[in-house]
Design a protein around this ligand. Structure first.
Ligand SMILES: Cc1ncc(COP(=O)(O)O)c(C=O)c1O
Length: 392
């Protein structure tokens, strides 16, 4: 029998994307008249800052921007990235060979696997992790070795748990601190050790610094490329989505090893035409916003963090203060799996949270709450939990 409607195995083997499934459930709940408080996705609330929008409007009106953008991104966006990177990390990058603009970092994280992974190759990925870190490799036909992260180890990678034969077979290692979903931050030494590990076992390091600027109480995240030797074996992904409220604009970038960037670029010339030039112009403005803008953003999330940690403590959750990201990662009440608890919250209170198992089996037993609403709305979410008898 012909099987022309059967999707490729690479698609069938992917677990359902939990956020897509959550969207269906949210739609149904809305149809039933529930007023949802959506703290599920890491989708920043509020508008993109006005200077970015103004610059985009001007750029859209310029006919020079209406054709296909350059495959490698506009020279001026790449130069702005190099200058931004130097300002933040005092590391020099060649805008032509060590920087590539992306249609959001998810796109690049996924395509990088297609550029480097052959079917059957082993890719090392922490669990829990941002889904693209394992789904990209799965699409490319990789076998995944899950590096289990645990609360006992503060959700940090323990390289000593990786058997040497696994490390020797590993082709790529994805990692991400400040970490989604757990909000863990890693000491600089973990980066140093990981770079050494990657050199020793000849592994391509892929660091995702999505939350580069969303950090609190004076903490500043480490960039992979600050570590001596990192550029020889690694790349780092950045996004404009979170800090600059530009999630819908779809723009990010990757920096680091020029050979790796060249391969990703070469793959992408076959897949897409890059980012609308007007959006790249607007992203330049974002990277040049004054430090006071970043301070305001940090403060906004910090206030929400403190508010929610305090309210949750009255329901029995003792959560240490997080140093970065826009998430709280909390254990499910006894007797609930991640999915059960997320469904119970949605169906009985209209509060949408993400079940921890969306981030891999290592996230089972937890849920993630995104700090994407103001304290009054966060307070209402907790009021509803209280009324529904939800506590830890
Ligand atoms: C760790 C991490 N990496 C990448 C992304 C995707 O960002 P972008 O909007 O640039 O595709 C996210 C989004 O939540 C994330 O949490």
């Amino acid at each position: 029998m012909k099987t022309w409607l059967k999707p490729a195995d690479r698609l069938a083997s992917l677990p359902t994307y939990v956020f897509a499934r959550l969207d269906e459930l949210k739609l149904r709940a809305r149809e039933e008249g529930l007023d949802l408080i959506d703290l599920g996705m890491g989708n920043p609330d509020g508008a993109t800052p006005k200077p970015i929008i103004d610059r985009a409007v001007t750029a859209i009106q310029d006919g020079q921007n209406h054709g296909y953008p350059p495959f490698e991104g506009t020279a001026s966006f790449r130069q702005s990235i190099a200058a931004w990177y130097y300002r933040h990390y005092q590391v020099e990058l060649d805008p032509d060979s060590e920087i590539l603009p992306l249609i959001g970092s998810k796109e690049g994280l996924t395509h990088l696997a297609l550029a480097f992974v052959n079917p059957g190759d082993l890719v090392l990925v922490p669990s829990p992790a941002y889904p693209a870190h394992f789904r990209g490799p799965l699409i490319a036909g990789a076998k995944i070795y899950e590096i289990l992260l645990t609360a006992a180890n503060n959700w940090l990678i323990d390289l000593a748990t990786i058997p040497p034969e696994v490390a020797d077979r590993g082709k790529l290692l994805y990692f991400n601190y400040p970490h989604n979903p757990t909000a863990a931050v890693a000491p600089r030494q973990l980066f140093v050790d990981t770079v050494e590990f990657a050199h020793k076992h000849q592994i391509l390091l892929v660091h995702d610094l999505c939350y580069a600027e969303l950090s609190f109480d004076g903490y500043r995240p480490t960039s992979l490329l600050e570590i001596p030797g990192a550029k020889d074996i690694g790349v780092e992904f950045h996004t404009m989505s979170k800090t600059y409220n530009m999630a819908g604009w779809r723009v990010g970038f990757v920096v680091g090893n020029s050979h790796v960037i060249q391969q990703l670029r070469s793959l992408k010339t076959n897949l897409d035409y890059g980012i609308f030039s007007a959006i790249q112009t607007a992203a330049e403005t974002a990277l040049n916003l004054p430090e006071s803008y970043l301070e305001n953003v940090r403060q906004r999330y910090q206030i929400r963090r403190d508010f929610l940690i305090d309210r949750l403590s009255k329901l029995g959750w003792q959560i240490p203060k997080t140093s970065a990201t826009m998430y709280l990662w909390i254990p499910c009440p006894p007797g609930f799996s991640s999915t059960d608890f997320a469904l119970h919250s949605l169906q009985s209170t209209g509060v949408v949270v993400t079940p921890g198992n969306a981030f891999g089996s290592g996230g089972e037993g937890y849920i993630r709450i995104s700090l994407i609403a103001n304290p009054d709305r966060l307070g209402e979410a907790i009021d509803r939990w209280e009324e529904a008898g939800i506590h830890f």
